[in-house]
Design a protein around this ligand. Structure first.
Ligand code: RBF
Length: 351
């Protein structure tokens, strides 16, 4: 017993000595921060809450699955909440710990916030998806071509509002509910939706309303109700958790919804009649691999869309094939194939 204890003590001492001798010491005897390839720490900064926000849920899932398959990678998911005025200060205090090799986020407004934080912490690196920002050596961005996703979801909405489907009325009116207005929404997402619908029928008009935040499902439900009363019968929403209010009202009052970014069919079968997909999980896994291997080009922005395989449409779900008539699905398939092949002319408006 005594003997094994002393072996244990010797081992402990040896480990302690190894740790001390491995510690980097500069000529002046001061500790140096050294890059060790053995650990890589990532802060996933969620600008809101995970629940109900597909881009955030997919980002967290991608980071967690990457960490699960790379033992030297650790991931901390931080939900910043909905008070946008607090985000920069909050992120600064997280970064101040010096704990993170990388901050990962997904929000068009984040690069500017990161630029502000980066002025105080110039060694901190940031990678932001769903955003476009160039010329800052600490920030790399990846922008989804959301005009494209809105274009094909809008085309589907246009086919449905002009169809004989049970809940489609004679009015050629579709609806869009947004949580808040911001350049990507106003210049890409909403115009893409209307442009796509008008490629199905040029006489279609759009009723556009704003909730005012990303969580108030009751307000979204009230808006949807008044829009349905005004003749809208097919909706899209970029509203985070608030979108659930639209889905509930559409189910109760008889309207359809096409959904951006994720497979939401099962939330309301027969009501949600088309789902786009944002391959954010895949993109995040690829980004983290590049970051680990030092291959990120900071200061640059890359745009990814249908052609590149980062935006798509879920066409094989039985809740789609069983609720949307075949002629509409066929027209949609050929339109989507044309978007993918670059055969639908459009110019991406500057942000
Ligand atoms: N999308 C969400 O799904 N949930 C959110 O809470 C959310 N908050 C946002 C806050 C700001 C200030 C901005 C500019 C965008 C936000 N988005 C949110 C939108 C998101 O980043 C993305 O643009 C859309 O989801 C379209 O893909």
């Amino acid at each position: 017993m005594k003997k094994s204890k002393s072996i244990f003590t010797t081992l402990l001492l040896a480990v302690a000595l190894l740790c001390v001798s491995a510690e980097p010491v500069s000529a002046g005897g001061k500790k140096e921060a050294v890059e060790t390839s053995s650990s890589f720490s990532v802060l996933v900064y969620i600008t809101g809450m995970l629940a109900g926000s597909p881009p955030y849920e997919l980002m967290a899932a991608g980071a967690e699955s990457f960490a699960a398959s790379h033992s030297n990678v650790s991931v901390k998911i931080y939900e910043a909440g909905f008070n946008q005025a607090e985000w920069e200060e909050q992120l600064s205090s997280l970064v101040a710990s010096g704990e993170f090799d990388l901050v990962l986020g997904s929000n068009p407004s984040l690069p500017e916030i990161c630029a502000g934080v980066g002025k105080r912490f110039p060694n901190q690196k940031f990678i932001i998806t769903d955003a476009s920002y160039t010329g800052n050596d600490s920030i790399c961005t990846y922008m989804y071509n959301q005009y494209e996703q809105s274009l094909y979801l809008g085309y589907l909405a246009g086919l449905i509002t002009t169809s004989r489907m049970a809940k489609a009325n004679p009015e050629k009116k579709i609806g869009f509910i947004a949580a808040q207005e911001y350049p990507l929404l106003n210049k890409h997402i909403v115009p893409g939706f209307l442009d796509g619908a008008r490629m199905a029928d040029p006489g279609i008009s759009l009723d556009f309303r704003v909730v005012g935040n990303w969580y108030d499902a009751n307000k979204a439900a009230d808006l949807a109700s008044s829009m349905i009363a005004g003749g809208a019968d097919v909706f899209a929403a970029i509203a985070g958790g608030a979108a659930q209010g639209l889905i509930k009202t559409a189910a109760e009052q008889g309207a359809y919804v096409v959904f951006h970014n994720t497979n939401e069919y099962s939330a309301a079968p027969g009501v949600i009649v088309g789902c786009g997909i944002m391959e954010q999980k895949k993109l995040v896994e690829e980004i983290l691999l590049d970051a680990l291997e030092g291959k990120i080009q900071y200061g640059t922005s890359r745009t990814v869309g249908v052609k590149e395989g980062y935006l798509g449409f879920i066409a094989d779900d039985p809740l789609y094939t069983s609720h949307v008539p075949e002629d509409i699905r066929n027209k949609f398939n050929s339109f989507f194939a044309d978007v993918k092949a670059g055969k639908i002319p459009y110019s991406l408006p500057p942000l």
